[in-house]
Every structure is written in structure tokens, then in C-alpha cells.
Write a protein that binds this ligand. Sequence first.
Ligand code: GTP
Ligand code: MG
Length: 456
Amino acid sequence: MLEDTIIAISTPPGFGGLGIVRISGKKALAVAGRIFEPKDRSKKPFPVRRPVFGKIRDPERDSALDEAFLTYFKAPRSYTREDVIELSSHGSPAVLEGILRLGTRAGARLAQPGEFTLRAHLSGRLDMIQAEAVNDLIRSVSLSQARISSRQLGGSLSRRIFRLRGKLISLLSRIEAGLEFPEEKLRKDGAADRRALAPIIVDIERLVVSYEAGRAISEGVTLAITGRTNVGKSTLFNALLEEDRAIVTPFPGTTRDFLREKLVIDDIVFHLVDMAGLGRPVHPVEKTGIARGQKIAREADGLLVVLDASRKDSEEDERLIRKYRAKKTIIVLNKTDLPRRIGRRRTQELAGGSPTVGVSALKGRNIDKLRGEIRAVFAPGPGNDEEVVLHARQKDRLQGILEALRRAEGLLSKRHSEEVYAEEIRGALRLIGELTGEVRVDEVLDEIFSRFCVGK
Ligand SMILES: Nc1nc2c(ncn2[C@@H]2O[C@H](COP(=O)(O)OP(=O)(O)OP(=O)(O)O)[C@@H](O)[C@H]2O)c(=O)[nH]1
Ligand SMILES: [Mg+2]
């Protein structure tokens, strides 16, 4: 597979100021030589890492397709570690497709999604965690996600995993030395091993836990707007989004199905869900809507519980707030433009530790304050320099490693034979290998790289 030379358009589809075609492989230079002609003939052979101006030519028709810059990255100092050519022309799909056609006729083959990065991985330039970071960076929807991915592409997470691996290997070799030379009594009891294992376990635990924030950063935080009918949930939904998305009427039971929209606050992505209000359903559709809404509320990362401040306290509100005690919640007191009838004390008691914000969704009053509160309460946790695991795949492996090491620790304290817990540590090392891609699992490879764009 690595024998052939691949070609792809690396810029997104559509019309653009510039478009880039990338070629990688043994024949990259030869292919480029056939379809590109430098204006200054002395620029052939192509200089390394210096753009050369010229024309894309169809060798069969002897006609120029477009002007272009060619840049040559000589192996192994390239993205794939193979010879790589980048042709940067005008970003017309017709021109770019034309270059592709010329390239394939000259001996290259169309690349699969992610195939350049796959080559970078197989050549050892990027481990699997770094390769995943490449795709994350490309697909990042916020700067914070981009920053984390960029750091991981630089190897921050990989280095941390390799350090852990190093520690496990030295622990294992100590155990194995004990196994092979039992008479030397290299190991009197398991205390030293346990001391070595404990910080490794703590470190992996921290990474596993970071996935919660990682998922929130890469997928966004789901926030459900819940409350009785007619309290103004849909009006609030629209006010937060600054568009007339949901239907609002004075009649209870307006919203029946749920609506989901993206809301970005300070670079953090939230998925805001408006849904049917809770109340006595008068129509079967409402009943279904309420059931759906409850499921969404249960599964959401956080809740905005909306109360109508212009009405007396209601038991239903109380029930609702109690029900979701365990969830991160902001209590929104809506309709504060009207005379207040809801009890201040009572709501405060009910809210418990959850913050309460008074707003008027109708008049747009205090909506900014609510946005600030949403950010403060629901934004994903760790600080800027904390390592964050962004992928379920990585988290699953880390979880497996953690479990193996915990078992090893348990065996140690029960003074089991060394062989048994050495085996657990070997298991953990295998999982580390899968995590970084050292141990190749073809299905995993396929799955990861098929999610990439063509041309990367
Ligand atoms: N005075 C005032 N009226 C509001 C406010 N917010 C919403 N309303 C009104 O309350 C009524 C119900 O608003 P909706 O947004 O449809 O309420 P909802 O909670 O989505 O209702 P359902 O979808 O039926 O559960 C409408 O007549 C709104 O104009 C507010 O802040 N002040
Ligand atoms: Mg509604």
C-alpha cells in the first residue's frame, strides 16, 4: 500500500481564493514533473521547501490549466515522511479536479480519507493519539478545543502516556527479576511495588476523569430548558439564541416536540433544548412530548429550570426541582417584568445551592447575566494547562488500564503470587500499546482514519 503514490485535494470543496492539491509517495516528484512547469527553467529539479512559480500543464494537450506554486518537501522531512508535493492553484473545483485527473494519469492514485495522516502514523511520525489530534484540530468548533488538540498533536498526552509506560516497564522488570531469581530475595514484600503503583494509578484516574470535560469540549454541553407549561421556556430559548426559533403563544401546551439549537458562549458550545412543558396533558401528543422531554432532561448535562415569577408558588415547580436535585441546575425566574407573586424565600429554599437568575425573556432583560451564569455553572472544568482526554476510544483504553492496575494492586495487598499480578501489568502495557497505536489493531485504524477528510 505504501508503495504507491497518492494524490488528493486538501482544501475544502467549493470555490475559494486558493486550492491545494497534495501528492505523497515515491513517485511524487515524477508526477509533479510531468504536470508542472516552472516559469524559470533553472528551478528544475525543484528546490526543497521553496515555493516555485509556474504552470500546471496537460502533457498530452500541451496546454496550461492554471498558474500555480509548487512546494517540494523532501523525504523524510515531510508530513508523511515520504516525498510530498503541494500544488497551490486557484480554488476552482474544475481546476482542482483537472489537476487530480492529470496527476492520476501521470501515475498517482486517489487518496482515501485520512491516508496522508495514516502514512504519517505508519512511518512513525505520529502516534495514534497525535493522529487523532490532527483530526480534532481540523474539526475543532472552538478555540479551546483547537488549543487542546494542538497541544496533543505536539505530543503532550503521548509523552505523559509514555512516562507511565516507562514506570510500568521498570516495575514489571523488577517483578520478573524476582520471579527468575527467587533465591536472591530481591523482593521481600509487595510494599515497594505498591508504592510504585499508587501514583501511576492516580495519574491514570485523573486522565479518565478528564474525559468528562473532554467530551463537553468536543461535543458541547447539552442544556435542557424545563418547567411547567406557559412559563416562557420557548421565549427564553429564543432570547438566548437571539432568533425566533420556537413558536410562542399564550396557550399552554404550545411546544410538543423538542427543538435543539447550538448556542456558543465565549467559545464554549452548548446545545440548548426547548421542549414540552410539564403539566396536565390534554392531548395524547402532549403526553408523548412530556415523556420525551423528561428523558431529555434526565440525560442532559445541565438544566435551566424555568419558573413563572408572576404566579404563586406551585407544588409542581417544587416537585420538578426536587426531582433533578442531582443535576447541575440554574433556576430561572421568568416574567420579572410583571408584578412578582412567587415567594422569594420559598424559591431560595427550593433552589438549594443552585444559582437563581431573574429575567424577562419577553423584554430581553437580564439575558446577558443568564448567559454569564450558564458559562460559569456549566462550562467544562479543567484549567488551561490540564491534560484533557477528548476521545471515547482513548478513555476506554485508559479505563481498562486503570482496572488492570487496580486488580494488580489488590493482588499485591493480598500477597498473591507475583506471576498473577505481573500478568495484570502486562495486560495494562498491552492496552497502552493499543492506545498509542504501537500495537496495531486494524479495525481501530480503519475507524479512526475513515473519519478524516480526504486530503489529510
Ligand atoms: N410578561 C411576560 N410574558 C412572557 C415572558 N416570557 C414569556 N411570556 C409569555 O408567556 C406565554 C407563554 O410563553 P412560551 O414561551 O410559549 O411558554 P412555554 O413555557 O414555552 O410554554 P409551553 O411550550 O406551552 O410549555 C406567551 O404569551 C409569552 O409571550 C416574560 O418574560 N414576560
Ligand atoms: Mg414552549
